[in-house]
Design a protein around this ligand. Structure first.
Ligand code: BGC
Ligand code: BGC
Length: 822
């Protein structure tokens, strides 16, 4: 086929698409003359401005109800960090009030403008996870192990009801990625590496969320619009890089990565989200061959295609607020969270000039309106009049929904080792529950939990939820045994057995990308805890929390029983249900989970046969004993996570530390003590958590600075759009002037500096703090985020005395500085 992509992205067109070799699907809605009449009647009354408004989705942090009314926007969303009042603690009532006011704004008639109800989308990806008190289901990589489509359907129904109860009508789920490389930070959003499991679950989840086509339940008041995402091959990118490039054949693209889409379309999915990623160098957000020829024509998808979060801005020739190529490739609505206003203006001009053909606009608007009609939005009335919204308090986090989640936890646990038949445990014994995950609901829930990354949360943020440890204690006490939670493993009376819960910290999207499958490189304290307990003659059960399989052979060797618990969510009690016997000794619930992802034998992706293959999982009937596993990871050298620039007071591999004086002369290296050539900046070593793991600086002149240079320039544009911070672990001892700043350099004469003196002046002298500088502020201050050659530069006034231990990208900080350009 000839080049079918748009404008600049077409260059080279190395990968033609043979649409007729792709599977077909059947759009399950017969032609509906009445619906078509409603759509065309409505469109006949719409101005071009109103049509363009329908094509845009804005985020609630950057748009007001009044904007929605004035610009006739078709949709809003609440992104992972976007809550009413801008706080994670927003209550169900506040969510209801927000959806109510946006809905009402969309329905305000002005002049001849026909009111069109608004779509409101949210990432309800493991339950209604943005809302305090909602039921949090296990993440998708856990659910894959259950091999139970009926369970998935129930989870979809329960999630839909909780979403509807807050007045929201659309979820950005299910993710139908088929992750092939678990280094990918979104692997946990995919059900399985096996396309067959993904295909089965696609049907079940779409029908659960939307209801079954042809039944009265379909898109009724207790269901929501579903979005199959991210089309296509988000899970097939090279090296598992998020938003990367899937360098694969058309056959792999079709047979592995597209497996979930025909079943989702057959089940009537109303929305498909285009992926941030590329296929053989071509951005999906502008791939006409795949979006239009394959998805809309070959697969007969007649719903709406939405773009991902400013993803169109990554298309060559586009920016966040201007991208005709995406619309022309077949995307019907662009997600322009904070860029909607500019996108509206540019798109309007392009429609008027013909750069986006009117026929394309009409097709997109018609698709959006059909979805709104099918969803019954024109009849549903204001959220406050809807039955589920009226009884939201009984729906969100209801006992019935929690019971489904708890069953899902039980079904998704996978038993990897059970030497000597240590499990199930006798609940009448003395049980120690240890490890950092023992009483940590945030850690057991992972990313996309109350905020985007799922970080910075405490148990009190999860009313109604139960930690794994609390679930154990409750059941052991009922059975007459004794159980205590001691995170660090200390005990007064020697326990009969220890259950150690540990695992990955929460992360989302690219922040979870890994260079290899090592678990916590450079930090062995979980392993030491297992070994210490074992050395005291205490049998150890390891409960491993992770979004994906990681290389943990040493931890497996150091335990008698090993349970892969994935990210189970709010119902931690489901773990105790399986680990403990009943008081009478009988087994209440066995292990049913079978791996939906192969478990690696080394930390090198693709090296050697898996340690535990797809489908592996012991039961209480198996009596196999696992011999010691190899402790050779296959990885050598110090492991530095991506996005870290300074660790323990030293620049990490690939970066150089320099002290620069007023004349620009510099000395490099982090060996202390050292001084800038003219003596204006002095550095000594300092102890923070360990010996000499920090550096202390004194400024003799305000013109001196220190800087960390990257050997190869970094592209931080994506992180910038994602609200990531430059997180600096620092200590202030003397700050005689407020001249302190943090900067990023982008080549000769290019730099963005943000003033941080006002923030630093509020810190207690001598106290270590994590201070965050939003990348967006650095960009606004002039840094070209595509070409950062100095990810960190630091200056301050004469007499300043400050110390530094760590500089990295992140979101978990104690305070965020205001955006003030310096
Ligand atoms: C993610 C999507 C998500 C969207 C809205 C994007 O960054 O890739 O999966 O639905 O944000 O939050
Ligand atoms: C938003 C998420 C979004 C992400 C994209 C975050 O700030 O809250 O919804 O997916 O940015 O990078």
């Amino acid at each position: 086929m000839a080049c079918a992509c748009a404008g600049a992205v077409c260059a080279g067109d190395a990968s033609p698409v043979h649409a007729d070799a792709w599977p077909r699907a059947t759009w399950p809605f017969p032609k509906d003359a009445a619906l078509e009449r409603r759509v065309s009647d409505l469109m006949a009354k719409m101005t071009v401005e109103e049509k363009v408004g329908q094509l845009i989705q804005a985020d609630i942090l950057s748009v007001t109800p009044d904007d929605v009314r004035r610009y006739h926007l078709g949709a809003i969303l609440a992104g992972g960090n976007s809550k009413p009042r801008g706080t994670v603690t927003a209550t169900v009532d506040e969510w209801k009030a927000a959806s109510e006011s946006f809905y009402r704004a969309s329905m305000t008639a002005t002049g001849d403008h026909p009111p069109i109800p608004l779509l409101f989308g949210i990432d309800a990806v493991h339950g209604h996870n943005n809302v305090v008190g909602a039921t949090l289901f296990p993440q998708n990589s856990a659910l894959g192990n259950a091999h139970d489509p009926a369970l998935i359907r129930e989870i979809g129904e329960a999630t839909a009801a909780e979403v509807r109860a807050t007045g929201i009508n659309w979820t950005f789920a299910p993710t139908l990625a088929v992750p092939q490389d678990e280094r990918w930070g979104r692997a946990y959003e995919g059900y399985s590496q096996d396309p067959n499991i993904v295909a089965q679950y696609a049907t079940a989840m779409v029908e659960g969320l939307q209801g079954k086509v042809g039944t009265p339940q379909f898109l009724d008041g207790s269901h929501v619009l579903a979005s199959a995402k991210h089309f296509l091959a988000d899970g097939g990118t090279t090296n598992g890089k998020d938003q990367g490039d899937a360098q694969i054949s058309e056959a792999t693209l079709r047979d592995i990565h597209a497996a979930g889409y025909p079943p989702a379309i057959d089940a009537g999915v109303q929305v498909i989200m285009a992926s941030f990623s590329s296929w053989n160098g071509r951005k999906m957000s502008a791939d006409k061959a795949l979006i239009t020829d394959v998805l809309k024509q070959r697969m007969d998808f007649q719903g709406l295609v939405v773009g991902d979060w400013n993803a169109h801005g990554q298309v060559p020739g586009c920016t966040n607020d201007d991208c005709p190529a995406s619309y022309n490739a077949g995307l019907d609505m662009l997600m322009a969270p904070d860029s909607w206003r500019g996108l509206y203006e540019h798109t309007l001009a392009e429609v008027k000039s013909g750069a986006i053909p009117m026929a394309r606009v009409d097709d997109a608007v018609a698709r959006i309106l059909r979805v709104k009609f099918r969803a019954g939005l024109f009849e549903a009335g204001a959220p406050s009049t809807q039955p589920l919204v009226q009884k939201a308090g009984e729906v969100v986090g209801s006992p019935a929904h929690r019971a489904i989640a708890r069953r899902a936890v039980r079904e998704s646990l996978v038993l990897l080792k059970n030497n000597g038949g240590l499990l199930p445990l006798d609940p009448r014994k003395r049980i120690l529950i240890a490890g950092e995950g023992a009483d940590n609901i945030s850690r057991q829930s992972g990313g996309w939990t109350l905020n985007w990354q799922g970080t910075g949360l405490k148990n009190a943020d999860f009313p109604g939820a139960q930690s794994i440890g609390a679930g154990m204690v409750e059941q052991v006490k009922l059975a007459g045994g004794s159980a205590e939670i001691e995170t660090d493993g200390h005990f007064t009376a020697k326990p009969d057995v220890a259950v150690v819960v540990f695992g990955e910290d929460p992360y989302a999207e690219f922040q979870g990308d890994l260079p290899n499958l090592l678990y916590r490189p450079g930090d062995d304290h979980d392993l030491e805890l297992l070994r210490t307990l074992r050395a005291q003659g205490i049998p150890v059960v390891a409960v491993f929390l992770s979004g994906r399989p990681l290389w943990v052979n040493r931890e497996i060797n150091a335990s008698d029983a090993f349970v892969a618990a994935w990210l189970p969510g709010s119902e931690g009690g489901g773990v105790a249900d399986v680990l403990l016997r009943r008081r009478d000794g009988s087994i209440a619930h066995g292990f049913h989970g079978k791996l939906a992802y192969g478990w690696p034998s080394t930390a090198v992706v693709g090296q050697g046969a898996p340690q535990f293959a797809l489908g592996y999982g012991l039961t209480y009937a198996s009596h196999a004993s696992l011999p010691a596993l190899s402790e050779v990871s296959g990885i050598t050298g110090e492991q530095i996570p991506v996005g870290h620039y300074l660790e323990r007071g030293k620049a990490v591999h690939g970066y150089t530390f320099t002290l620069v004086d007023a004349k620009g002369a510099s000395v490099s290296g982090d060996v202390a003590p050292a001084s800038a050539p003219d003596g204006s900046l002095h550095m000594v070593a300092l102890d923070y958590k360990a010996q000499e793991d920090a550096r202390r600086f004194t400024w003799q002149a305000g013109t001196a600075r220190l800087s960390i240079r990257a050997r190869a320039p970094l592209d931080l544009d994506r992180e910038t759009n994602g609200d990531v911070l430059l997180a600096v672990t620092l200590r202030v001892d003397a700050l005689p002037t407020r001249g302190a700043w943090v900067g990023m350099g982008c080549g000769t004469g290019c730099e963005g500096r943000v003033a941080i003196g006002a923030t630093l002046s509020t810190l207690t002298p001598g106290r270590w703090m994590r201070v965050g500088v939003p990348l967006k502020c650095l960009r606004a201050a002039g840094a070209d985020m595509h070409h950062i050659d100095q990810p960190f530069a630091w200056g301050a006034g004469k007499g300043t005395d400050m110390s530094l231990s760590r500089v990295s990208l992140g979101t978990d900080v104690d305070m965020v500085v205001d955006c003030v350009k310096r």
